[in-house]
Design a protein around this ligand. Structure first.
Ligand SMILES: Cc1ncc(COP(=O)(O)O)c(C=O)c1O
Length: 372
């Protein structure tokens, strides 16, 4: 039951400025609603921002992943090592390519694919030829270890960077380490186009194939070179993306400042583990996720009663869903992913938060009786 008359603090809140609204209206008035010059401009600007040579706009992060994997050569017979502690699209994209996800456990401190677990999975899986690491919550994976592993096994790397726009590992932005990276621009993300996504890559041939796949298999109009899809980005999304990109660094910096404040305010609570940022990584705090053994759900209810939105990303590993049970993953167990699913809670960190709201969140958590 709600015990407060204070306003709700949502877990996510898209920020859309008047300038961004004006750019969308311009598109509506232009008559050019399907992909045109604004999508091309956004592809160019976003890929340049992350440091990749090519960008291909898509209808979502899910479709970006499917096409990135397929254009990188993942198909029937390929086993792809990935994290079970992610949004379902990470694994369903592999299935959509006719390939097979192989789940390897996560590092309990970062919640990202554990390079040692990935190595074990590669070694024991015949046909394992690809890695799909996920930069979860905006924190880069240990890309040096994962790339080394990929080289040793002659495996392709595609990055699921859906939650990590602008995040940096070893001085480089994520999405640029593997053969390709896939981003999502869903409304809760650090950069949104409503729905939308992008594939980024340095490989001209991969980019070319991705562009054909996204556009119904056509290079020239009505000439179908392969079995493609309509996964194109709309011009409205392209215009919004260009405008949002101008704010990305400032909004990421704001997320990091909010995270610093939460971190300082919540330090010293022995029942709660704060997010970890390994050396050499710049976390962009798509989520600020704490670990709360035993009393996670009670803390979430306590915060809801005080008007503070929280979410569990994710309440179970992907392989525990009915689809994966039916596909024969009943024996898969990743103990760290399962433990994280029981213990994690994401609290608001988005750039629309005011100082007073951050203080309210901190005070509400500090007041929680974890022993009760
Ligand atoms: C890790 C991850 N991968 C893939 C996706 C899929 O992106 P979209 O929702 O844009 O299809 C998401 C988005 O929620 C995500 O968080």
């Amino acid at each position: 039951m709600r015990t407060t008359s204070q306003h709700e603090i949502p877990i996510a809140q898209p920020l859309i400025t008047d300038e961004e609204k004006r750019r969308v209206l311009d598109v509506l008035e232009s008559g050019q609603l399907a992909a045109g010059r604004r999508v091309a401009e956004f592809e160019q600007a976003f890929s340049a921002y992350v440091g990749a040579a090519h960008g291909i706009g898509t209808s979502s992060g899910t479709t970006a992943l499917i096409v990135a994997l397929q254009a990188a050569g993942v198909g029937p017979g390929t086993a792809v090592i990935t994290s079970p502690f992610s949004f379902g699209a990470t694994a369903s994209a592999i299935l959509h390519c006719g390939a097979r996800p192989v789940f390897a456990d996560i590092d309990p401190r970062t919640y990202n694919l554990d390079p040692q677990a990935a190595s074990d999975a590669l070694a024991r899986t015949p046909g394992a030829r690809a890695l799909l690491p996920v930069h979860l919550y905006g924190l880069p994976c240990q890309m040096d270890a994962l790339l080394q592993l990929a080289r040793a096994h002659d495996a392709i790397v595609v990055e699921d960077a859906a939650q990590a726009h602008g995040a940096v590992f070893g001085g480089r932005r994520v999405g640029t380490f593997g053969a390709a990276g896939a981003f999502s621009f869903y409304p809760s993300k650090n950069l949104t186009t409503g729905e939308g996504g992008m594939i980024v890559t340095d490989r001209a041939a991969l980019a070319d194939r991705a562009r054909v796949l996204v556009n119904c298999g056509q290079r020239a109009q009505y000439v179908y070179e392969e079995l493609g899809y309509n996964y194109r980005m709309t011009e409205i999304a392209g215009a919004l993306g260009c405008a949002q990109l101008a704010h990305l660094d400032a909004r990421n910096a704001r997320r990091r400042r909010n995270a610093d404040r939460l971190r300082a305010g919540l330090s010293g609570l022995e029942w709660l583990t704060l997010p970890f940022e390994p050396p050499g990584c710049v976390h962009v705090y798509h989520q600020f996720t704490v670990r709360v053994p035993r009393v996670r759900d009670r803390l979430a209810r306590h915060l809801a009663d005080l008007g503070i939105g929280t979410r569990v990303y994710y309440p179970q590993p992907i392989y525990a869903s009915p689809l994966y049970r039916r596909l024969g993953y009943g024996d898969t167990h990743c103990p760290e992913a399962e433990r994280a699913a029981r213990e994690v809670l994401s609290i608001p960190v988005h750039p629309a938060l005011h100082e007073a709201e951050l203080d309210r969140i901190i005070e509400a958590i500090r007041r929680f009786d974890a022993r009760g």
